[in-house]
Design a protein around this ligand. Structure first.
Ligand code: ADP
Length: 493
């Protein structure tokens, strides 16, 4: 029943591009026979063929044009006109009336042909458009399937309506038709291993906020037990009215890169540990050598030794920076917090660095006494890094201002130089691990790009903030804001 309905329904034939004439011819003939049966057998007045013959056959022509295109419509017109001719020939109308009948039939033939042509043409255009869209869809599908990343399209209720092969392979299950709730139990966790709430899934976030989520990293335990690392971006798809229709997610399996990164971190950790001991012994030997040399009164040898000691100190700093980076990566950097006066720490650090840098003037702008609850050594490290950078990247004889300011809940330290400055595009990146601004035309400075990364991580662990304002050629100001120690009195008791 349903099959025959869909055979007769012209809508189901849209896009088929099959324009047969057989069905329109047979069906119109059937209609003519039915009409004759009605006139001769049912009402027995064959000459009373009325206006209905025009409308019924017009409807049939429209139907066949829409179902079978121009050819189908024209086939139906031919049979209709032949039937009209048969009526004129077989009924005994007066000659004058017959002339009018032939004229009307001719007029109807023209109108029917036009209608069949227009509707048939429209149907054929629709077929071409549908076919083009289907081809486009197939091409897009083929591209999606070939992509080396997983692509998933989810409807607004969180059900996957399309997933490419790669996303099924990455996530270890067929994703088509899966709901957001079915995906969640995969056990998503954040990169450091702690479990995150399902609402933080990029997909869930894009669904609830309607905003794109870019490049979020996750680790996830698949149903086969394998732990994988993913980078996911999810972007909502809106219609012209701004209404959300779906969310498209791109899933990148970064497990191999993460494994290499982990091996690299392990290597850096091991190498810096191994380097630390010999450097410490070297420094001890150098100190005792310096004492002996002092007795020999050989200024040239003393100068050479001073240089060796300076370079050994640099080496020791680099190794300790490497160690800090690997501690940060593995979450092993611990803070030994105490209450202390920030002004004193700044003055001591500046004093120490002033002795080492004779080419720049370090100017401290004092503030009322500020107490913080923090790791003194780590903050000393941050300050040293900011001030040595300011020295490193500014011209000789320039000033460097170190300012401390107190706000209601925080203290802000700023280190301002009048040096090379940092282009806007680089200002965020300089806080990334191993990032250095490179300019082939400018001179290069020693360093590995670890200092600001370590500083940022230390400040972050103090619930503080670090940022920079800079304009190339004019200089830079680095700011560190730290929460004040409001509990110092309670802590003393
Ligand atoms: P590095 O050991 O290379 O100095 P940092 O992490 O301390 O590493 O700094 C990263 C990059 O930021 C540097 O390579 C430099 O290009 C830029 N930078 C840092 N401080 C300044 C500054 N005061 N003026 C200009 N550029 C700076």
């Amino acid at each position: 029943m349903r099959k025959s309905f869909s055979y007769l329904n012209p809508i189901t034939h849209l896009g088929e591009k099959k324009y047969s004439t057989r069905f329109p011819v047979l069906a119109t003939l059937g209609l003519a026979l039915l009409s004759e049966f009605y006139l001769y057998v049912v009402i027995r007045k064959p000459e009373t063929v009325g206006i209905y013959a025009i409308f019924v056959f017009l409807a049939a022509i429209i139907y066949f044009s829409f179902r079978n295109g121009i050819r189908g419509g024209l086939a139906s017109v031919v049979i209709t006109i032949l039937y009209y001719a048969e009526i004129i020939l077989t009924r005994n109308a007066p000659p004058a009336e017959k002339v009018v009948q032939w004229q009307t039939t001719l007029l109807l033939a023209i109108v029917y042909t036009l209608i069949a042509y227009i509707i048939g043409w429209l149907k054929q255009r629709i077929d071409v458009l549908i076919e083009r869209e289907a081809d486009e869809k197939k091409r897009l599908q083929a591209i999606l399937e070939q992509l080396p990343v997983g692509v998933m399209v989810t409807d607004i209720h969180g059900t996957t309506v399309h997933s490419n092969k790669q996303s099924d392979v990455i996530l270890g299950m067929e994703m088509d038709g899966k709901t957001n709730d079915e995906i969640r139990p995969l056990g998503v966790s954040k990169y450091n291993g702690s479990q995150i709430s399902p609402s933080k899934w990029p997909l869930s976030q894009a669904l609830t906020t309607g905003k794109a989520v870019v490049g979020k990293e996750f680790s996830l335990t698949r149903t086969d037990g394998k732990m994988i690392h993913l980078q996911i971006s999810a972007s909502p798809i809106h219609n012209h009215e701004g209404e959300m229709l779906a969310v498209a997610s791109i899933i990148n399996d970064i497990t191999p890169q993460k494994e290499i990164d982990e091996r690299k971190d392990d290597f850096v950790n091991m190498a810096s540990h191994e380097l630390k001991t010999p450097i410490t012994s070297m420094k001890l030997y150098l100190q005792s050598l310096r004492k002996r040399l002092a007795q020999l009164n050989d200024p040239k040898a003393e100068m050479t030794l001073s240089r060796i000691i300076y370079q050994t100190d640099r080496l020791q700093e680099l190794v300790s920076e490497l160690l800090d980076v690997s501690r940060l990566q593995t979450g092993k950097l611990t803070l030994n917090k105490e209450s202390f006066c920030l002004n004193t720490l700044i003055n001591e650090t500046v004093e120490e660095l002033s002795a080492a840098s004779k080419n720049q003037h370090l100017i401290v702008e004092s503030a009322p006494k500020i107490v913080v609850f923090a790791d003194r050594f780590r903050l000393y490290q941050v300050l040293t890094n900011l001030i040595t950078n300011a020295i490193k990247y500014s011209p000789q004889n320039s000033n460097i201002h170190i300012t401390l300011k107190k706000q209601t809940r925080s203290a802000t330290i700023s280190v301002q130089d009048f040096g090379v400055g940092i282009p806007k595009a680089e200002q965020k990146k300089i806080f990334n691990r191993l990032y250095q601004v490179t300019d082939p035309k400018k001179k290069t400075f020693a360093g590995l790009g670890m200092g600001l990364y370590i500083s940022k991580e230390i400040v972050k662990r103090h619930k503080g903030r670090i940022w920079v304002k800079s304009s190339p050629g004019k200089g830079s100001t680095f700011y560190v804001s730290l929460p004040l120690d409001n509990n110092s009195k309670r802590r003393k008791k």
